[in-house]
Write a new protein. Structure first.
Length: 420
């Protein structure tokens, strides 16, 4: 009798545990949590009413939003707990003058490579070649991956409240990541709420907007685990490679970010030494939500800045075309009137005045040559670039020095040598 009773008790306990395990995390909408009828709630309601689009990649459905019709495109990438509407305040502002795209990362996606594949399919569907990328947290990490893998398609990059490739996150969460798959979804949700209440919201000056918006985001255990796998998915980036270095970058951080350690913030700045850095003061991990006006101004100013690498490349392209086409006008656009050319002749320095160079170009006439920029640096109003001319039977290496003056960038010296 006692044995039978004990079995029933054990069975009931097992059923209770199973029941708890499969209880979904409680969900509430933003409007259930935020009773204030202000510009934030009105704008979010209007934004969420707008239609989204779908694209299927390897049987997985991606939901995304696109709006605006400007000549340039901004791709917004959300963080670990986010969705496409995380960026509503930026999208409403920037779709006035840009085309904007924001997606929700599907629950099944668990790697950077799969993430990139979905993003590329969205861009292909929307017929977008080059774009600006703006990512936050996990999205900032994904943005870095895109910069490292498709740099020629990215015109500018923003890494917001994020981290570089590292071992620290995986090491610190080694035990938790092993336990996580066995925890009920409701427990994971409660742990997340504890972090929200004790760290994230206080760091954002107890923002009521953030306190209501974050819990309203879609959440599942599978999503959480898969997105964590993206966060610790390693890749290699070489910021000194020219096609990466030439991309203007902006690092946005907060001095009290509760989710990104100071050590990781420092590593990010050290990795991208030529990036601009903007530091929010006491705004936490989500300044684009709780300090949206300041965030939008910072982003707008960065996107409006000229890419000096592109400006220099235009001048070098004029030099390339002028030399190959024996076009004096294009060469004069590229070179300063006071420019000289330098090389060696019989182990002595040979200085060639620019006018003598022009005469030689006209004498040689049109040339068949492949030209390329191999490397370059821009610092303030000076630039130094390494280029190559490959003719059918010979090749030359050029080192160009440029200055930025009132009329724009000009080549002030060319030092060259024959390499075969």
């Amino acid at each position: 009798m006692k044995k039978s009773y004990f079995k029933r008790i054990v069975l009931i306990l097992i059923l209770i545990i199973i029941g708890i395990y499969f209880i979904p995390a409680p969900k509430a909408t933003f409007f259930e949590l935020y009773s204030i009828n202000d510009k934030y709630s009105k704008s979010l309601k209007e934004f969420q009413a707008k239609p989204t689009k779908e694209v299927t990649v390897n049987g997985i459905k991606w939901i995304y939003y696109t709006g605006g019709s400007g000549p340039k495109t901004i791709l917004f990438i959300h963080g670990m707990g986010g969705a496409y509407d995380l960026w509503w305040q930026q999208i409403i502002e920037f779709e006035k003058s840009y085309k904007v795209i924001s997606y929700t990362l599907p629950e099944k996606i668990n790697s950077l490579q799969k993430t990139s594949k979905g993003i590329l399919e969205i861009l292909k569907t929307e017929k977008i070649d080059k774009f600006y990328v703006v990512g936050t947290s996990m999205g900032g990490y994904i943005a870095q991956y895109l910069v490292s893998t498709i740099p020629n398609r990215i015109e500018k990059a923003v890494f917001g409240n994020t981290f570089p490739p590292n071992n620290l996150i995986a090491e610190e969460n080694k035990t938790k990541s092993k336990i996580l798959p066995f925890l009920p979804e409701i427990v994971i949700s409660k742990l997340g709420k504890k972090t929200l209440d004790k760290k994230i919201i206080p760091a954002a000056k107890n923002s009521k907007l953030l306190k209501a918006f974050l819990p309203s985001l879609p959440f599942s255990k599978k999503q959480f685990i898969n997105r964590y796998n993206i966060v610790i998915d390693k890749f290699t980036v070489n910021p000194t490679k020219y096609n990466i270095k030439r991309i203007p970058k902006l690092i946005i951080e907060s001095d009290n970010d509760p989710l990104i350690q100071p050590q990781l913030r420092q590593q990010l700045r050290s990795l991208y030494k030529n990036a601009n850095v903007y530091t929010f003061h006491n705004e936490g991990h989500f300044p684009y939500i709780n300090a949206s006006e300041e965030f939008n101004n910072v982003l707008r100013n960065f996107l409006n800045e000229k890419n000096e690498y592109l400006e220099v490349e235009k001048i070098i392209t004029s030099y390339f075309k002028g030399r190959k086409n024996a076009n004096l006008e294009q060469l004069q656009l590229a070179f300063s009137k006071k420019a000289n050319l330098y090389t060696t002749h019989k182990n002595k320095i040979l200085i060639i005045p620019i006018e003598n160079y022009y005469k030689k170009v006209l004498l040689d006439g049109v040339q068949q040559a492949n030209t390329s920029i191999l490397n370059g640096d821009v610092t303030g109003n000076i630039a130094s670039f390494k280029t190559k001319f490959e003719y059918p039977e010979k090749s030359y290496m050029d080192y160009l020095t440029l200055l930025k003056i009132d009329s724009g960038w000009k080549i002030i010296s060319k030092t060259f040598t024959k390499i075969n």
